[in-house]
Design a protein around this ligand. Structure first.
Ligand SMILES: NC(=O)c1ccc[n+]([C@@H]2O[C@H](COP(=O)([O-])OP(=O)(O)OC[C@H]3O[C@@H](n4cnc5c(N)ncnc54)[C@H](OP(=O)(O)O)[C@@H]3O)[C@@H](O)[C@H]2O)c1
Length: 252
């Protein structure tokens, strides 16, 4: 069985995506028990007992807890999949020297099995398991922080964009239910369209646009209001955070 150390948002999303019973621990909130109540399996308060019972371990605690938690468990000979944001494969190997470590960056859409899971090169052993959660993309280690900026945080951005677009339609009179349904289906349909065209965003935009008419005017306004530079600045903010330290509670 898969054992999650940490039973927060990401552990819950991955466990739901995989389905089936899980082993899970938390620091006392009861979220592990809630997850087990939903999916079956067993909740642990003791990470060592969880690690002994699990076939594969998923590190789904906070990045700063790596050394403290690794020191308390024996995962020798097991696969250890990390979702710990900026934690490098080298740091994982140092913490779990006798395990097969895999650095990943999933996003919360894994719970729909439509996630994106970036895997650092060398972690291909986990590809088959992770592909049950969505699209696996293998990246060089030095590009893994870009995975956080590109897909890890993106469900939050997309949700914000959806909220802004729906609010705008409501502001000019469309009822919330219709505005929400229309926007979200447009989002899903446009994603399918773009995927089918190899990501050709310009062609998809041109097809909606007539000279001087509504689409080009709307798009020009989004550009003028800084849509591109807002995304660019957001990516920089994410990367800057990932380069800052994540203190280990054991050393504080
Ligand atoms: N959320 C995302 O979209 C996302 C995306 C990609 C990667 N990640 C990564 O996933 C990791 C978890 O993020 P999250 O958003 O799921 O955070 P979260 O909701 O705060 O969950 C953290 C979990 O770790 C548990 N925990 C803390 N100390 C523990 C200990 N000593 N032993 C066992 N469990 C312990 C917490 O227990 P309690 O429930 O008792 O507090 C909680 O269940 C982070 O490293 C983050 O970088 C998150």
């Amino acid at each position: 069985m898969i054992g999650f150390i940490g039973a927060g948002s990401m552990a819950t999303a991955m466990a739901r995506g995989w389905g089936g019973p899980v082993l899970a621990s938390d620091s006392g909130s009861g979220r592990a028990a809630a997850l087990v109540e939903e999916l079956g399996g067993e909740a642990f308060r003791d990470n060592a007992a969880l690690a002994a019972a699990a076939e594969v371990l998923v590190l789904a605690h906070r990045p700063g807890q790596l050394r403290e938690i690794a020191a308390s468990v024996d995962a020798a000979g097991k696969m250890v999949i990390s979702v710990l944001g900026p934690t490098t494969t080298g740091e994982l190997r140092a913490a779990y020297p006798e395990s097969t470590v895999v650095r990943t960056m999933p996003n919360t859409a894994v719970q729909m099995r439509r996630g994106v899971i970036a895997v650092a090169e060398g972690g291909e052993a986990a590809t088959e398991l992770l592909s049950g959660l969505g699209r696996v993309v293998v990246l060089p280690e030095h590009q893994m922080n870009l995975a956080t900026a590109t897909s890890g945080v993106m469900p939050a951005y997309i949700a914000l964009v959806a909220e802004a677009a729906i609010d705008a339609s409501m502001c000019y009179g469309l009822p919330e239910r219709e505005a929400t349904e229309m926007f979200l289906h447009t989002l899903a349909g446009t994603a399918e369209l773009l995927l089918s065209r190899g990501g050709d965003t310009i062609a998809a935009r041109r097809e909606v646009a007539s000279p001087g008419e509504s689409t080009v005017r709307g798009v020009a306004m989004l550009e003028r209001r800084g849509l591109r530079s807002a995304f660019n600045d957001a990516a920089r903010a994410v990367l800057e955070r990932l380069e800052q330290p994540y203190p280990d509670p054991a050393t504080r």
